[in-house]
Design a protein. Sequence first.
Lengths: 387, 142
Amino acid sequence: MQRGHSCGGALLVAALIVAAPAAAQSTDQVSLQGFGGWAYARTSDENTWAYAATQQGEWANYDFGLNLAARPIDKVAIRAQAFWGENLRGQKVDLDYVFAEWTKSPAFKVRGGKVLAPFGLYSEIYDVGTLRPFLYLPQIYQGRLGLVPKSYLGAGITGSHPLGSEWEVGYDLFGGEMIFEPFQTPRINGFDPSTGLPTFETQELQLSGRQMVGGRILVASPIRGLDFGSTVIYAGDVKVRTPEGERIPYYATDDATLVNARVQYQKGPFAVRGEWFGALARDADVKSWYVETSCKLTRHLQVAFQYEKMDLDLPPTEDSIPPPLQYSRSYGLAVNWWLGPAVVVKVDGYHLDGNLVARPELAVADYLQGTLEGTTNVFVSGLQFSF
Amino acid sequence: MKRAFTALVLTLAVAAANAAAPQSGFRVVVNASNPATSLTRASVARMFMKKITEWPDGSDVAPVDQERTSEVRDTFSREIHQRDADAVSAYWQTLVYSGRETPPPIKRSDAEVLDYVRSNPGAIGYVSDAASLDGVKTVAVR
């Protein structure tokens, strides 16, 4: 079981038990919703992808989440979301968020607790499969880099305000500690006495950025369905959090700036969206962008295409990471069959060039031996639902 | 001549009734104590999106929705939100799962919506044209 949040699920279950009678009394005061899904995923070679796909094929990719909102007193809302799931990283139980929010008006709300990071298009709906055309998110979100901020522990203000002529601006300002999606990396744990070569074990780490401040602006235009925005986050004390909860120095930096710019247009059955990310640090930058378009051809049938480009920029003197592990180009195609507005069966295929996100566990060793596969095909199929 | 006059009067009466109900397929209703007589389409949309949360007198707006699959919700969504019901549902799902807002309560029929509107002074709902509007007030949408 990953992370030390198993008590989070128990807390939410307890909250649900307490909330149940209230829900029976008044659905205006308590809202309970959920989501989940399952996927089979495999790759064409020994490269693994998204902690979900291997050459042998992986069946154990599933998740389920429960979302609870309650309004115990006027102007104050309590919101929490629990997540259960399994993939190549093992089983995971976590609280995506739990916070209290005081509302002065739609233009001014104050929130405190563990809050989803207002970053990219998908960072606040990270786990909800029915709100995206592909089974998996673009790899800047869900891949092995672990660079997209997932939630913050602290306080923030949020709101939205009409600007006239159907323009509207939304805003967030927040501070505290930023928590990122965990990632796995090999670690030398000894040496083989017969060969003298090092042996490895996989460790799971998670970036944590303290002394963090961030802000987001979202603009909805009078052209219905067209909106755009940007987020900037600065963290002055970036370290790696170990599974034991210890914060240790991260080799690439001690501070970082994260930038996102996004635009999307949705009209009827058609949607197109694009995002740019920059994770800018002292010794390494990661820059990525993707464009994704989808169209519902009938009430049931949807097709989608995605192109994603990611690059790791290192100083010229840094040569410990082989060139194939510094970039990724991904082409994705999805064919979806919507059984209803909240249940969908998806079949996705990707072709990847580069090993920044598709790679074997010991990619550097494979590269040195000349056995690293530079391209990868991925097949993913499954279903997702929400209620 | 008398028959022609009667036909003319009936035609004008039907035309007048239609003019009083610019929406087709649904009517927007509020509590009988609510002084509002007309609202703009954009205001109604923002009330149902919970972006306008207070009536002019400072009381809370309490929107109430209909079932996601109902015909009247689809018509209301297209005319007021100018999006289909699935798009509006996706909008609410995004807000719910991101922890930003919860959608209005959903009632299963016109009768349940009318009960809710009758018993909540700040309520605003919509019902199909065929619904009996006893005890609530219709609001013109301009």
